[in-house]
Design a protein around this ligand. Structure first.
Ligand code: ACO
Length: 380
């Protein structure tokens, strides 16, 4: 490509950097599909396990394929003793996202062939990372609370097993289903920042662990997956529903960003936010947390009035905050929940990248000076 043809797009906005068969997004109309299936249909009818199969195989499984896939996933639920020791060597006040990022990186050292990069090897490693990361989160959380570690239960679904390992008691069907829907809605989302990070890393033919580790680092940023914690902090700062409008108007006046609103791609309501809004309402009713839902709703109304014309609407993080709160998760576990789900998407993209790889290596637009004389250090 000649210099004249090169264009600079800050933040790579509008640049097509990869092809995918996994998720389709129409940001103007607020549409999200996984392999052509509307996210709402998957949220209401599918399971996380089936959704992962769909993303990785680009089709829905038969009953026997789903059974085999689920069995394979469950066979990797358990964290080895060495990894448990590593987690217990982390400071108890460490941020869970830092622990997760470090521990996924560490998993490579307990893999006898960590660098294997065939598509088949990448699938197996993805299955292992997906299956075992819930245990990383649960073990760290129980260790920092001074509680006994709860071993994984392979008779449980991905969602139920995580809640069981975290809380030490089997979750209700309603809680399991709610958590499963959260996992489905967060599983994949085009070339978002963390997915791009994963694809960039694997494009060097590095290894799956490095790619997923990089993605976790990207996701924790407050402009990306970290926004759900920002939403909860905001809800906690608003004393009552009646204070919501004044609180948000004050933020707007101070030119602060309202967490959980706006999206690089969506200029309409994020369809995942619509799904999670319904879920949050139901859970809030069931768990006596309607004030959180009502405050969220009041904020959405103000934002619609003030920002809809600019194409700024609730994104996936807005109602996931209330949803996770109702499920009983601590604030610093909100972004980790995003990790548990998005490993499905990151891995699928890593596999797609390996199937048709070309090294990512964009160029820069050099805007500095030329022909500058070197001045020796004594004369500066
Ligand atoms: N609150 C107030 N104003 C906003 C918000 C917001 N949440 N989002 C965007 N804007 C405004 C910006 O101030 C800017 O205004 P200006 O043109 O007057 O300067 C304009 O909208 C465009 O904003 P950009 O940051 O350039 O748009 P971008 O496409 O980069 O925004 C982003 C995407 C980063 C997500 C942004 O909307 C944001 O910061 N939102 C809050 C954080 C958040 O919720 N992140 C989660 C995103 S979803 C996810 O990653 C899972």
């Amino acid at each position: 490509m000649s210099t004249a043809e090169k264009t600079f797009s800050k933040g790579l906005e509008g640049v097509v950097a990869a092809q995918t068969e996994m998720s389709f997004i129409n940001g103007t109309e607020g549409i999200l599909e996984y392999v052509g299936i509307a996210i709402g249909d998957l949220a209401s009818q599918s399971s996380f396990e089936e959704t992962v199969f769909l993303l990785w195989n680009k089709r829905l499984p038969t009953a026997s394929e789903l059974e085999a896939f689920t069995k394979d996933l469950r066979s990797h639920y358990t964290l080895c003793d060495e990894m448990i020791t590593q987690i217990k060597s982390c400071p108890k006040d460490a941020e869970p996202m830092h622990v997760i990022r470090s521990m996924i990186s560490m998993l490579a050292m307990y893999d006898t062939d960590p660098n294997a990069n065939s598509v088949e090897a990448a699938r197996q490693k993805s299955m292992r990372i997906l299956a075992v990361t819930p245990a990383i989160v649960a073990v760290f959380d129980r260790y920092r609370r001074g509680l006994e570690i709860v071993p994984a239960d392979p008779s449980l679904s991905f969602a139920a097993n995580f809640l069981y390992m975290l809380n030490g008691e089997k979750p209700t069907e309603a809680m399991t289903r709610a958590f499963d829907i959260c996992m489905i809605t967060h599983a994949d989302h085009g070339l978002n920042n963390s997915t791009f990070a994963a694809r960039v890393v694997i494009s060097t033919l590095s290894d799956v662990y490095s790619a997923i580790t990089a993605a976790v680092g990207s996701l924790r940023g407050p402009l990306h997956g970290g926004a759900n914690e920002g939403v909860m902090k905001m809800l906690n700062q608003i004393p009552t529903v009646d204070d919501a409008e004044a609180f948000v108007m004050n933020m707007i006046k101070n030119k602060e960003r309202i967490m959980g609103f706006g999206h690089r791609v969506y200029k309409a309501k994020d369809p995942r936010a619509s799904e999670l809004m319904t879920l949050a309402k139901q859970l809030a009713e069931d768990t006596g947390n309607m004030d959180f839902y009502n405050k969220s709703n009041a904020i959405e109304k103000v934002m619609e009035r003030e920002y809809a014309a600019k194409g700024i609407y609730p994104n996936v993080d807005f109602y996931s905050a209330t949803t996770y709160h109702c499920i009983g998760l601590k604030l610093d576990l909100f972004t980790p929940m995003f990790v548990l789900a998005r490993i499905a998407g990151w891995s699928g993209h890593v596999i797609e990248q390996l199937e048709d790889n070309r090294l990512f290596r964009p160029t820069t637009d050099y805007v500095g000076p030329h022909d500058v004389a070197y001045v020796s250090i004594d004369n500066r």
